[in-house]
Design a protein around this ligand. Structure first.
Ligand SMILES: Cc1ncc(COP(=O)(O)O)c(C=O)c1O
Length: 376
């Protein structure tokens, strides 16, 4: 089996429902720029067909969406940079972010019949794109007077922080933006993923989530699971070898070609523990593991192996290593190793992922499997 990257349209759809849970009153513009954050722009757009609109950074991305049959509103987050691009934006019916006076001049020079849907962008602290406060109102007024611009112009801004580490700054940006657009009577858009999760006041007419749609936590220190987000991309591979290498502290040959051996040896010689004490500190206690594994054996595993006249005993748990013994029909059974690796180990690791080694202490040679029929 080859390593594979798997994309889950179900996960994308689910993550969109999470966005809607946070911002039920807002329309959702799914940000699928940068080739759908690396997931493939067209399959992502298809999976997110329930979004109200899409946002991309570049014209060619928008064109590829239209050519694939996507009919949603598509916003060019950077707008256009030449009259030729403006032509194309008209031909493909794309919404434009306008963030500079050069772009306004291009619209003023437009002589075509198309009326552009424009999102006038204010820079409220990101310092990337947008009109600073001092220019925003005059830019807005010029666009309002421009015959190339459709009358229902919208206002937008973008947060300077992509996570929650500077929530006060984002909250200040919301206040600042509200003052700038007060009285314009326009639809507004502020929040990226972190904003729509962390700042209820940023959930305006339109939200613009990106990263969270792909199942990644937008908030530092929190995981996707904390927000019920599912990964859109997973990887599948096959373990093709499982080798144990023993490295002692004293050895004449320093294995220069075996980098990992050198690293381990250096660590051993330094006297530092091979495994950080923090690792052991966060393990479940031996007593808890004993109880949970004993219970699993009793409830699930032993009733199953009993059908073959066998049983599995928990001998001990030391640190997070588990010692088992197989008895009855399992002792000496040709398939015992498979049962242990595929069935029992899997079940134990599923129950307690922190388990270390699972060691079989059975004396298989002494076993007698009543169901084992040697081939004739
Ligand atoms: C203008 C704009 N809005 C929204 C987003 C989505 O941000 P996030 O991926 O943090 O949700 C981006 C992404 O960079 C963006 O540039």
């Amino acid at each position: 089996m080859f390593p594979r990257v798997l994309l889950s349209s179900d996960a994308l759809k689910h993550n969109l429902t999470v966005v809607r849970r946070y911002a039920p009153q807002s329309r959702v513009m799914a940000v699928i720029k940068a080739n759908g954050y690396g997931h493939g722009i067209v399959p992502v757009a298809r999976a997110l067909a329930a979004a109200d609109a899409f946002a991309v950074a570049r014209l060619n991305e928008a064109v590829s969406l239209r050519e694939a049959g996507v009919t949603h509103r598509i916003l060019l987050l950077e707008g256009v940079f030449s009259p030729a691009e403006l032509e194309q934006a008209a031909a493909f019916n794309l919404d434009l972010v306008v963030h500079s006076f050069e772009q306004i001049a291009m619209l003023e020079a437009w002589r075509g019949a198309h009326r552009f849907a424009v999102w006038c962008k204010a820079d409220t602290g990101m310092n990337r794109l947008g009109f600073p406060a001092a220019d925003f109102v005059s830019a807005w007024d010029r666009l309002k007077r421009c015959t190339a611009v459709a009358p229902d112009m919208r206002g937008m801004t973008h947060f300077a922080t992509a996570d929650e580490t500077d929530r006060p700054l984002a909250a200040a940006q919301v206040r600042y933006f509200s003052q700038l657009v007060a009285g314009l009577g326009a639809e507004l858009s502020l929040a990226n993923s972190a904003g729509l999760i962390g700042l209820p006041e940023a959930r305006s007419d339109w939200v613009r989530p990106g990263i969270m749609l792909y199942g990644i936590s937008p908030i530092a220190g929190k995981t996707a699971v904390d927000f019920d987000l599912r990964p859109a991309m997973t990887f599948e591979s096959a373990l093709i070898a499982d080798n144990t290498v023993t490295v002692g502290a004293a050895h004449e040959v320093d294995w220069p070609s075996l980098g990992i051996g050198n690293v381990i040896r250096r660590n051993l010689r330094s006297g530092a523990p091979a495994v950080s004490p923090d690792y052991f500190a966060q393990l479940p206690s031996e007593a808890d593991l004993k109880w949970a594994i004993g219970d699993l054996l009793e409830r699930e595993i032993n009733p199953a192996v009993a059908q073959h006249g066998g049983w599995v005993e928990l001998i001990d748990v030391r640190r997070n290593n588990v010692y088992l013994r197989l008895g009855g029909g399992c002792q000496g059974c040709g398939a015992a190793d498979v049962t242990l690796k595929q069935g029992i180990e899997k079940a134990i690791r599923g129950l307690a992922p922190a388990v270390g080694e699972i060691l079989d202490t059975t004396d298989h040679a002494a076993g007698r499997n009543p169901f084992y029929a040697p081939s004739k």
